[in-house]
Design a protein around this ligand. Structure first.
Ligand code: S3P
Length: 461
């Protein structure tokens, strides 16, 4: 038996995560917590920065993405205390009162930072802003927010005719629009709603399917006049709006919990309870997908905290079945498709994922990357233009994989490795810190004592 199942090697250029599954497996058992929700953390920092008065954030995610948002809004004049999980104080400047920064704003790897911030910046008349990000973010499409902002009167320029960052923004007075978004994207919707805070009248965004609604909930709590019509999949904000600082309590991120939900579902003998997870219905596609796959999952202790539904989620190992994942479920599980692909590789029968072309423009082309790594591990995967077809059930073997600097790929492969024979090495595993800085220590803790509950014994219980 190896002394450690999970090891980390750090070189000058990368961190390697090495997962060596013991021959009789490793059952994952216990109660854990996951870090704060990334989407809610970004929004709490941003709304706090543009509200008047003080916002208190409890449970902020300390990942690199929210740090990018905090850095940008500090440069724009908001006062943000030292970031920690207990309590962060944001003293905002009031809607429309951000200052022109002396330098380029850097959104790092974070699409949410860049796209939401663009809506706020574009509506600041007489101020100039330049925005960039890392190599991955500089190749991700920005026209999806630049175009509607231009319809509202914004002046934005960028590489490839404004399609990609770096972008330059000359703030302008904006006017309301009714935008029918071709994609179900919370980033697009939120960008327009944030721009609408300064536009006089009703701005409406209609989506092809409902995307996560954290912006709507939080804008309402901060005092904006905002109405959602679920039937027409539309949300309307009436501007101009004033926002007042609030207490935001950030629940655990269901997108981070997803790794443990799938890990416990696929690894024999496992039983985990993940406490304090946000279960907003616009985010629970992962739970619906795993239920369709016949996973053994229960929600306990359901409650509402600061306007967001929260629960403890208990998951036990069970035999998963393939299923069809498509349609309105996809936006509700948009960040969980890589880990669902891992679940599918261990499920009996065929899993088909469709309507998920958006995955090609995430931090990496997640359809191509997951198809390639799972195939390398021995799974039967066919890449489709908008999804994946996975014939599950064949034994997987450890391999050498690369995260492609994509946090969710790094963590998905680590979970697959727990159930693959031999050793898996994940290159550029440091990407996990974008959304889950403690992923590796948590994995190490859960794998800490494989002898204590032998997997084969536990699987009989
Ligand atoms: C997010 C929205 C989603 C999601 C991303 C976070 C947000 O992106 O993938 O991780 O916080 O609004 P899209 O809006 O591009 O689907």
């Amino acid at each position: 038996m190896p002394t450690s199942i999970v090891n980390v090697t750090t070189t000058e250029s990368e961190q390697q995560l090495i997962v060596q599954r013991p021959p009789d497996g490793v059952a994952l058992r216990g109660r854990i917590r996951v870090p704060g929700d990334k989407s809610i953390s970004h929004r709490a920092l941003m709304l706090g920065a543009i509200a008047t008065g003080e916002t208190t954030i409890e449970g902020l995610l300390l990942g690199e993405d929210p740090r990018s948002s905090a850095g940008c809004f500090q440069a724009l004049g908001a006062q943000i205390s030292e970031l920690n999980e207990q309590q962060v104080k944001v003293r905002g400047v009031g809607v429309g009162n951000l200052s022109e920064p002396m330098d380029i704003l850097d959104a790092g790897n974070s699409g949410t930072t860049m796209r939401l911030m663009l809506g706020i910046l574009a509506s600041h008349p007489d101020r100039f802003f330049a925005v960039t990000g890392d190599k991955s973010l500089r190749s991700r499409p920005m026209s999806r927010v630049v175009q509607p902002l231009q319809q509202m009167g914004a002046q934005i320029w960028g590489r490839d005719r404004g399609r990609v960052a770096p972008l330059a923004i000359q703030g302008q007075p904006l006017h309301p629009i009714h935008y029918r978004s071709p994609v179900a994207s919370a980033q697009v919707k939120s960008c327009i709603l944030l721009a609408a805070l300064m536009a006089e009248g009703d701005t409406t965004v209609t989506e092809p399917a409902l995307s996560r609604d954290h912006s709507e909930r939080m804008l309402k709590a901060f005092g904006a006049d905002i109405v959602t019509d679920r039937e027409s999949k539309s949300v309307t904000l009436t501007g101009p709006a004033q926002l007042t600082g609030q207490l935001v309590v950030v629940p655990g991120d269901i997108s981070s919990a997803a790794f443990w939900l799938v890990a416990a579902a696929i690894v024999p003998g496992s039983e985990l309870t993940i406490e304090n997870v946000g279960v907003n219905p616009t985010r629970t596609g992962i739970l619906d997908a795993l239920a369709m796959m016949e996973a053994d999952i229960q929600l306990e202790n359901q409650r509402t905290i600061a306007g967001e539904p929260v629960a403890d989620i208990r998951v036990r190992h069970s035999s998963l079945q393939g299923c069809l994942l498509s349609g309105e479920m996809i936006p509700r599980a948009i960040d969980e498709i890589p880990i669902l692909a891992v679940a599918a590789a261990f499920a009996k029968g065929k899993t088909v994922i469709r309507d998920a072309a958006e995955l090609r423009v995430k931090e990496s082309d997640r359809l191509a990357v997951m198809a390639s790594v799972l195939t390398k591990m021995g799974a039967k995967v066919t890449e489709l233009p908008d999804g994946l077809e996975i014939s599950g059930g064949s034994a997987l073997t450890g391999t050498d994989a690369d995260s492609h600097d994509d946090h969710r790929v790094a963590m998905s492969v680590a979970i697959a490795a727990l159930n693959a024979t031999g050793t898996t090495t994940i290159h550029h595993a440091e990407a996990a810190a974008i959304s889950y800085p403690d992923f590796v220590p948590t994995l190490q803790n859960l794998c800490g004592d494989p002898g204590k509950i032998p997997a084969q014994e536990a699987s009989k219980t």
